[in-house]
Design a protein around this ligand. Structure first.
Ligand SMILES: Cc1cc2nc3c(=O)[nH]c(=O)nc-3n(C[C@H](O)[C@H](O)[C@H](O)COP(=O)(O)O)c2cc1C
Length: 191
C-alpha cells in the first residue's frame, strides 16, 4: 500500500505537519509505504507563477498517480486552507486524485474555523476527482504543545487521529480489495 502525505503549511516547524508526522509513523507500523512531501519540496517560483512544466510538480503528480491514498494537512489561514497549498493543487492534473482515498488534517488557532476543511478544502479535493474524502481531523493550537522544534499532541487529538487513520486504512481496503489490511483492523470493522 502506497500513501502520499502532503504538508500544506508554508511554515517550518508546523503544527499541521506534526499531525502528519504522527500519522506517518502509524501508517508505517501497519506496513504501508509512505512518501512524504511538504510544500518546501517545490520551487516557490514554480508555485507562484503556475509553472505547469515544473519537473518537481510533474514527479509529484506521477507519484500521486501510483499511490492508493493521500493524507493532506493544512493550517487554517483566513478561514480557509493555506494559499500556498492551493498554488500546488492548482498545478495538478484535473483527475489527479481519481481512485484515491483522502484524509484531510487541519490545525487552527480557533475552533471557530474547524469547518474550514469541509467548506474550503473538500470542494477542491472533489474537483480533483478524489474517490472518497474522509471526515478529517481538526486540532486547535492549544491541543498541540510546542517545545522548540518538537510538538506533542494532546491525548484527545492523538486518539481522534488514530481513529481517523483506522477509517482511512479500512477505506483503502474497500476501494482496493487486493491490498493487504492487517487483521486487527478488519476485526474492528466487522465488530
Ligand atoms: C496568516 C495566518 C492566518 C491565520 N488565520 C487563521 C484563521 O482564520 N482561523 C484560525 O483558526 N487560525 C488562523 N491562523 C492560525 C493557524 O491556523 C494556526 O496557528 C495553525 O496551527 C498553524 O499551522 P502550521 O503551524 O502548520 O502553519 C492563522 C495563522 C496565520 C499565520
Amino acid at each position: 500500500m502506497r500513501i502520499i502525505t502532503l504538508a500544506g503549511s508554508p511554515r517550518i516547524p508546523s503544527r499541521s505537519a506534526a499531525l502528519l508526522n504522527q500519522s506517518q509513523h502509524w501508517l508505517q507500523q501497519q506496513g504501508a509505504e509512505v512518501i512524504a512531501y511538504t510544500l518546501h519540496d517545490f520551487n516557490a517560483q514554480d508555485l507562484l507563477y503556475a509553472n505547469f512544466d515544473s519537473p518537481d510538480i510533474k514527479l509529484f503528480a506521477a507519484q500521486l498517480a501510483r499511490a492508493d491514498g493521500l493524507l493532506i494537512a493544512t493550517p487554517v489561514y483566513k478561514a480557509s486552507f493555506s494559499g500556498a497549498l492551493k498554488t500546488l493543487l492548482d498545478l495538478l492534473p484535473e483527475r489527479a486524485l481519481e481512485h484515491k482515498v483522502v484524509l484531510p488534517l487541519a490545525t487552527g488557532g480557533s475552533i471557530g474555523h474547524m469547518l474550514a476543511v469541509d467548506y474550503a478544502l473538500k470542494p477542491v479535493l472533489a474537483a480533483l476527482k478524489a474517490q472518497e474524502v474522509l471526515h478529517g481531523v481538526f486540532a486547535d493550537d492549544s491541543q498541540i504543545q510546542r517545545d522548540g522544534e518538537q510538538f506533542t499532541l494532546s491525548d484527545r487529538v492523538a486518539s481522534r487521529l488514530e481513529e481517523a487513520l483506522e477509517s482511512f486504512y479500512l477505506a483503502l481496503g474497500r476501494h482496493h480489495p487486493t491490498l493487504r489490511i492487517p487483521s486487527p483492523l478488519l476485526t474492528q470493522q466487522s465488530a
